[in-house]
Design a protein around this ligand. Structure first.
Ligand SMILES: Nc1nc2c(ncn2[C@@H]2O[C@H](COP(=O)(O)OP(=O)(O)OP(=O)(O)O)[C@@H](O)[C@H]2O)c(=O)[nH]1
Ligand SMILES: [Mg+2]
Length: 459
């Protein structure tokens, strides 16, 4: 219920310099008044907005709980558009928790995850895409990802969507007009105008939808699986790329049994690197499960780094793996060239018509930079276009855009086939509705609930 005053610990649990308790709602200032003794002897009701006050939090018997700074942000100029109070106390589990308890005792209720941001949305300060961008800002793992999220938070995507929605409304208005005033004989002109507008709308939607391929990688990372026969140096490669001794490396084939995932930033590209168990026929139960997991990792990955031992003749396993990864974006990493390069390997590399290959040595640190460049090229197809500020990074947006685009395309096909335009308004309305579900203009309780449940408490 929105008329309740909510409170949460907004900082991460654990020991830290400061901890923040955040309160939002009608009685937020009133609660502060009851528990805060300002050094200047002012009541909270007299403290102006956005001024930092020094003092103490005290319980009902005037026992000091902690020394704090308190800030009031009165509505509507606050994060939630409600009265918001922040109490900055000493970080550490106990002070924050005791203040939180006191706040709850004085009439606030514990906030759900994302409830502050949900209120900002429900009170009309931000739309749904901006609310979703808040999570993306918090969870971003690269500067590129952060910039994309900040653009979305700034309303860049909303602006683009709203301009498409406005176009759709104007198309619908034209249709209405031609139905209401058929005697004006404007049918033909209207049809042409609508066609031009509809094609433009569809093209803009298609552009946005296409930006997702890159947008998804910017947000979630390029999922890249390192696969190959046992003992070729997959785990060594992972460790080298992340500059950490994360995976166990031995000269015993079959060392890696489970999937290991690590994030890595290659020139602004977020890469989710997945080390896998070497693929071979095996009777070992644990290794068998590992090999199965490798196969699912191959299916899910967007890019495969196929590692082979360059110094040896290729084994039947190597050829099987080449088959297994067909259809994926593959980079062949011919490792251990410090021990020589076998002619089989040269042949395999020369036969590569698609994808690319690198001769490298993890041991001697040869070819690592080249491999990183190849991964980066796969994302940007050789051109850096991360600065695009109208980008779709969220799968929910992409799905709805595509549904909207389908509806717009149906309408265009109908126009071409000479279907009477009044029958096409259903499709244009559908396109509008889908975009409205992205921005939150069309509110659906379940979706809203689901979106905000992904937030952390206190945001
Ligand atoms: N000479 C040489 N040895 C290497 C190179 N890279 C890795 N090795 C060695 O090869 C052996 C196997 O390396 P790992 O990284 O464990 O190989 P893996 O592919 O992960 O093996 P599994 O987990 O068993 O599938 C280790 O002894 C590494 O030190 C290289 O470039 N040159
Ligand atoms: Mg390994």
């Amino acid at each position: 219920m929105i008329d309740e005053t909510i409170a949460a610990i907004a900082t991460a649990p654990g020991e830290a310099g400061i901890g923040i308790v955040r309160i939002s709602g009608d009685i937020a200032v009133h609660i502060l008044d009851k528990i805060f003794k300002s050094k200047l002897g002012k009541s909270a009701l007299e403290i102006p907005s956005r001024v930092v006050s020094y003092g103490h939090i005290v319980d009902r018997n005037d026992n000091v709980i902690d020394e704090v700074l308190a800030i009031i942000m009165r509505k509507p100029n606050s994060y939630t558009k409600e009265d918001v109070v922040e109490i900055h106390c000493h970080g550490g589990i106990i002070p924050v928790r005791r203040i939180m308890e006191l706040v709850l005792k004085n009439g606030a209720v514990m906030a759900d995850p994302g409830e502050f941001t949900k209120r900002a949305f429900l009170n009309g300060r931000i739309d749904l895409t901006q609310a979703e961008a808040v999570i993306d800002v918090i969870t971003s793992k690269t500067e590129t990802g952060l910039n994309a999220a900040l653009n979305q938070l700034d309303g860049e995507l909303s602006k683009e969507l709203h301009s498409i929605m406005d176009e759709l409304i104007s198309i619908l208005a034209h249709i209405e007009a031609s139905i209401d005033f058929p005697e004006h004989d404007i049918e033909e002109v209207t049809q042409d105008n609508i066609m031009v507008a509809a094609v433009k709308v569809a093209a803009t939607m298609k552009n946005l939808s296409d930006s997702f391929e890159e947008g998804k990688i910017i947000r979630d990372g390029l999922s890249t699986a390192i696969v190959g026969s046992p003992n070729v140096g997959k785990s060594s490669l992972l460790n080298m790329l992340i500059k950490e001794s994360r995976a166990i490396v031995t000269d015993i084939p079959g060392t890696t049994r489970d999937i290991i995932e690590e994030y890595l930033n290659i020139g602004g590209v977020l890469v989710k690197l997945i080390d896998t168990a070497g693929i071979r026929e095996t009777e070992d139960v644990v290794e068998k499960i590992g090999v199965e997991r490798t196969k699912s990792a191959i299916e899910e990955a967007e890019v495969i780094i196929l590692v082979i031992d360059a110094s040896m003749p290729l084994r039947s396993e190597d050829y099987e793996i080449v088959e297994l990864v067909k259809g994926k974006k593959v980079i062949i990493a011919a490792n251990k060239i410090d021990k020589g390069v076998h002619e089989d390997v040269n042949k395999l590399i020369d036969a590569q018509t698609q994808g690319s290959a690198i001769r490298m040595s993890v041991k001697e640190k040869i070819g690592i930079g080249e491999l990183e460049d190849k991964i980066k090229d796969l994302v940007y197809h050789g051109q850096a276009s991360v600065s695009k500020n109208k980008m779709v990074t969220n799968i929910r947006h992409k799905d709805l855009l595509d549904k909207g685009l389908d509806a717009a395309t149906r309408a265009i096909d109908g126009l071409k086939a000479g279907v009477p335009i009044d029958l096409l308004s259903v499709d244009f309305k559908e396109a509008w509705r889908r975009l409205g579900q992205i921005t939150g203009d069309v509110v659906e309780e379940d979706i809203i609930k689901e979106i905000f449940s992904k937030f952390c408490i206190g945001k």
